[in-house]
Design a protein around this ligand. Structure first.
Ligand SMILES: [Zn+2]
Length: 321
């Protein structure tokens, strides 16, 4: 998915959830009065989440996920977490906020219908349907990841007492012990391992039928990204990896990961699959991989859709770059 409004300086900016053109105003957002005035401004727009789903105006053709403050009232939202997302410099510095509230998931649909032309959709579904512009996906990823963090950090991890939202949503403070808590992002590595004109792809158990994809795993404390690539590949497939090259990264807000994408060169090719983690793992030729990407493989096997960084890591290999 190509960023529509930003020049692509790197491979990452072309990925879904990555094209975020907002100026987050890291220094200015500490000014509570400034943030308050932006929130009250008529040009401000809100991305609203009920639990993990974004509210859409189903009658609005352009930007159905961006709402005015009036909609917050129409929806009768109380006890929401409000986060300053940033200023859109490509749209006269229009301010954006993320608003997240918790509600009964069972009655949400019915409740929204009563209040207007609204529906709630999960971020993955929105991406699969391309139901928003790539620029808005970046904002949604930001709102979803920070919003989820607030939900799970209401209590201080130092003393167990309640924490309070601070710095426009980018910190939580504990009034009891003065600890400051910051939104976390968990790094994960995702890698296509190659050997000559072959690449290694596998099937974790949760994957849809017939899909083969890159291997992936979380980075452990005290480990470089490159060593995480080598360790994960050896653990999952028994293949030793030498040179590792960084390709691109993608925010993956499920709930708050950053996927660092690599190509790695295999030093060995024999497989020793960890069947606790993987249903299967195989070497595929470049030709077969290309057909899988295009959905034309005789085997019926396919690669993940282009919202994922895995698709792009595989595509770059088939293009021989
Ligand atoms: Zn505390």
């Amino acid at each position: 998915m190509q960023a529509e409004t930003t020049e692509a300086f790197d491979a990452s900016s072309a990925l879904c959830y990555s094209a975020n053109t907002l100026n987050r105003c890291g220094e200015k957002r500490k000014d509570t009065e400034w943030v308050k005035s932006l929130k009250a401004a008529s040009e401000t727009r809100f991305l609203i989440q009920a639990n993990d789903s974004f509210i859409f105006n189903i009658e609005q053709e352009i930007d159905p996920v961006q709402h005015t403050a009036e909609v917050l009232g129409t929806l009768g939202i109380k006890d929401a977490t409000t986060i300053f997302l940033g200023l859109d410099e490509e749209d006269s510095d229009r301010p954006y906020f993320g608003v997240r509230y918790s509600t009964d998931a069972e009655t949400l649909e019915e409740e929204l219908e009563k209040r207007g032309p609204f529906a709630a959709y999960g971020l993955r579904g929105i991406a699969m349907k391309r139901a928003a512009s790539s620029k808005v996906f970046g904002m949604m990823a930001q709102a979803a990841a920070v919003g989820r963090w607030h939900l799970s950090h209401k209590m201080c991890s130092q003393c167990g007492k309640p924490t309070e939202l601070a710095e426009a949503g980018y910190r939580r403070d504990c009034p009891s012990c003065s600890a400051q808590h910051f939104p976390r992002t968990d790094p994960a590595v995702i890698m296509l391992i190659t050997h000559g004109d072959k690449c290694l792809m596998g099937r974790p158990y949760h994957l849809a039928e017939n899909v083969y994809t890159t291997l992936a795993g979380f980075v452990e404390p005290g480990e470089t990204l490159e060593d995480a690539v080598r360790r994960e590949v050896f653990e999952e497939a028994g293949v030793k990896v030498g040179k590792v090259t960084y390709i691109a990264s993608q925010p993956w807000p499920f709930p708050s990961n950053i996927m660092a994408g690599f190509h790695g060169e295999a030093l060995t090719t024999d497989l020793n699959i960890d069947y606790e983690e993987m249903e299967d793992c195989q070497w595929f030729t470049k030709e077969e991989t290309l057909r899988m990407l295009q959905g034309e493989a005789e085997s019926g096997l396919i690669c993940p859709p282009d919202i994922s960084i895995a698709h792009h890591l595989i595509k770059i290999f088939t293009e021989g770059k």
